[in-house]
Design a protein around this ligand. Structure first.
Ligand code: PMV
Length: 324
């Protein structure tokens, strides 16, 4: 009988949506951003990852939703962790994404945060959360923010050690996000590629300056729980991020589709009717509408009437990373 006890470690991290975006790297190898960013963690969508040290394996093995996958990005990230932490044996990783494709959200933020948390726990290391955030940043920039519930800020920093996220310790507020999934036939431009193109825009320097001011203003709005101000700044920041893609001098592009434009028009109409409704978008055509929880249902109904096939979800503020 095999009496060996297999130790495993499990971490659960939620996705986050940036209200002040990360859109450009000043150091690609280290994933150092050109600007600081600020996000809201979502309750509905998360990744749960279990890690087991297994030195019988010749290489790290990754299973995503029970399917073995060959994930270069994860292998590269584990190499970074071995560089940073010293040698550790091969790992078996089981990851489950509760970020349904129907929600149209990227899962890399929750995935790299959960992976980092589970690996560190499995290695028996006691690192503070800001250090975990710094490490996860190397897998995916936005993952640095997914350790913290509610609102988080990622300080751009100047080097590997000074670029990490932390909690904003913001007051509770009745904020909600309506997530609208837009079907897209367009070929996807990944975030790293999109950022590289955006950097060639003549407006990029201006965007960095404006973003720094918006980051300061957004922190005040969040601490004051002023949803209208939060939404106004987030929308302006997101739209100018997407303008950079259009004005790139190398391979200009857009994530917007006709359906995206239609949703943005409806959001505008709702705003003029006095509702709290502000749009933000990431590296894809989906629209996330920042609103008050009490307005969310009406926004869903209005979008449903105009676009009956649109998939819609309501998310609210989510928790810190947790461990089992
Ligand atoms: O972390 P990445 O490499 O997937 O980049 C995220 C980029 C945006 O989602 C567009 C903005 C952000 O700050 O999350």
């Amino acid at each position: 009988m095999d009496t060996t006890t297999i130790m495993t470690s499990t971490a659960k991290a939620h996705t986050n949506i940036a209200f002040i975006k990360y859109w450009g790297k000043k150091n690609q190898q280290l994933n150092l951003p050109t600007t600081s960013s600020l996000s809201l963690t979502l309750d509905k969508f998360y990744t749960k990852t279990t890690v087991t040290l297994d030195d019988t394996l010749s290489t790290d093995a990754l299973y995503l939703n029970n399917q073995k996958v060959d994930a270069t990005r994860v292998h590269q990230f584990l190499d970074v962790l071995r560089d940073e932490l010293g040698y550790f044996p091969t790992l078996k990783i089981n990851s489950y994404n509760h970020v349904p494709t129907s929600a149209g959200l990227a899962s890399s933020a929750s995935a790299f945060a959960a992976l980092t948390g589970a690996v560190i726990q499995e290695l028996g290391l006691h690192l503070d959360t800001c250090t975990l955030s710094r490490l996860a940043r190397r897998g995916s920039g936005s993952a640095s923010r997914s350790f913290f519930g509610h609102f988080a800020v990622w300080h751009a920093g100047v080097d590997n050690d000074s670029s990490f996220a932390e909690s904003l310790h913001a007051p509770a507020m009745p904020i909600a996000l309506v997530v609208a999934e837009v079907s897209s036939q367009q070929k996807k431009v990944g975030s790293t590629e999109g950022m590289q193109r955006a950097l060639t825009s003549p407006d990029y320097g201006n965007w960095v300056n404006n973003s720094q001011q918006q980051f300061i203003d957004m922190q005040s709005a969040v601490m004051a729980a002023d949803i209208e101000k939060i939404g106004t700044i987030a929308e302006a920041n997101a739209m100018s991020m997407h303008d950079l893609n259009l004005t790139a001098t190398q391979h200009p592009f857009t994530y917007f589709t006709a359906e995206t434009q239609r949703i943005l028009q409806i959001v505008d109409d709702l705003k003029h009717q006095g509702l709290l409704a502000f749009a933000t978008m990431d590296a894809g055509p989906n629209v996330k509408i920042i609103t008050h929880v009490e307005h969310a249902q009406l926004i869903i109904e209005t979008l449903n009437n105009a676009l009956p096939n649109l998939k819609l979800e309501i998310a609210q503020s989510g928790p810190d990373i947790s461990y089992e």
